[in-house]
Design a protein around this ligand. Sequence first.
Ligand code: FAD
Ligand code: NAI
Length: 471
Amino acid sequence: ASEAGDHDLVIIGGGVAGYVAAIKAGQEGLKTACIEKRGTLGGTCLNVGCIPSKSLLNNSHLYHQILHDTKKRGIEVGDVKLNLTQMMKAKDTSVEGLTKGVEFLLKKNGVDYLKGAGSFVDANTIKVALNDGGEQTLRAKNIIIATGSEATGFPGLEIDEKRIITSTGALALTEVPKKMTVIGGGIIGLEMASVWSRLGAEVTVVEFLGQIGGPGMDAEIAKQAQKILGKQGIKFKTSTKVVSGDASGATVALNIEAAKGGKEEVLDSDVVLVAIGRRPYTEGLNLEQVGIEKDDRGRLVIDQEYRTKLPHVRVVGDCTFGPMLAHKAEEEAVAAIEYIKTGYGHVNYAAIPSVMYTHPEVAWVGQNEAEIKASGVKYRVGTFPFSANSRAKTNLDTDGVVKFIADAETDRILGVHIIGPGAGEMIAEATLAIEYGASSEDIARTCHAHPTLSEAFKEAAMATYSKPIHF
Ligand code: FAD
Ligand code: NAI
């Protein structure tokens, strides 16, 4: 084993959390190494998550629109054909460009990038089992663990990524399945259901709860989402649980029943996507050796400054507390480096947006109505439908609504929930508003360009304390 020189910081994991920490550390003049075993940088997000899923969502939407939504717009198209191989290639090109871009950024910022698996030897020593064979040992003043998460499996269904798949398999199918069942109606389930349903699969989503959308989505918005996605052809079985599955036949048979119990029913499909959540991934780190703790859900335990029991070892991203989102991981990575460098850092967990990239998109920030109700705070709701927005009408794309929730006494914005075209971009304004402690009147008195979808945002704010103009 070769000895490298000492580092100010060694980062284990080159996902969004790890690579952003590495760039920031490089910028701050820390001698930094980043260890990643995947062979490419960017982690789940760039390789098998955010980026490839958005490529397939965008292109499958275009395909679906060309097939079903051109005539009324005065566009007559001829023979429309799906070339799945090319669609996958376009996705791979985006992924490759971005992961290489990250590698370039690490180099530019003077970060040593080691391809291999890192593990603790002692509190300040990390061993790297290099992908190309051999070992390297690094000594570090500071260590950041950013090893991310993995899909949670379903007991009794063995993942082969061909017939029984996680999101990773769903991003790489080589043909469109005739029938596809999705276990779990959270964000992954709904995004992937959208892709494959648009490309021609008959998709059924089985969700244990009475509502789709996963944790956080406002109930009213989730209801609308289910209705709109239902109109697009996705079938839903909510308040339903999968009891067991059998993949030994020509199709995969799932036994399902009502969540509260009842008669079993068999659901046959060619492909089953397991999308029931993700869990922290910390295997092989040898954490026991140094006494770093996990909670009962496998999350690495940290304090407010991201420190484990060992104050020089910090944890950021999916393998610790909080929502499993790339932009949350990125904020934590920057804050962790600031803590190391200056002793001060900051992430506002009350202002982290969520976006589901279906069509229409669903986006929210802050608390949902059920959470606010439970907190006992008196609140007011203002809504504005896209069907009354001039731009949405011009675009013939009017499904959805903007919903504001503000404190009844102070008018401070507590939550914003949007389903509609461009919701994912629009939520940035709501996030900024919450970050600045804005009131709904602050938004409503801000001039918004006409004709834009963002006028629906302004008018929902107006509806919160007064009346909207156009509805
Ligand atoms: P990861 O991205 O998982 O990175 C951890 C890295 O550490 C991995 O590359 C792994 O190989 C490496 N590693 C682990 N152990 C070791 C070791 N011992 N040595 C060396 N390397 C190691 N989030 C969004 O915000 N927006 C989205 O649109 C979105 N879409 C998603 C779609 C899908 C299908 C999935 C699965 C997730 C999506 N996410 C999205 C979530 C997002 O991908 C994660 O929140 C994000 O990747 C977390 O970053 P991370 O760096 O903490 O972990
Ligand atoms: P999730 O936690 O969002 O949703 C899982 C869903 O499965 C829940 O609705 C849950 O009730 C349901 N479920 C759980 N067990 C079940 C069972 N046995 N039978 C039927 N339903 C069951 O998890 P998901 O969708 O797997 O996503 C994981 C993480 O990835 C999320 O935390 C999300 O933050 C992140 N992600 C983010 C995206 C984005 O920001 N656009 C896109 C994709 C993933």
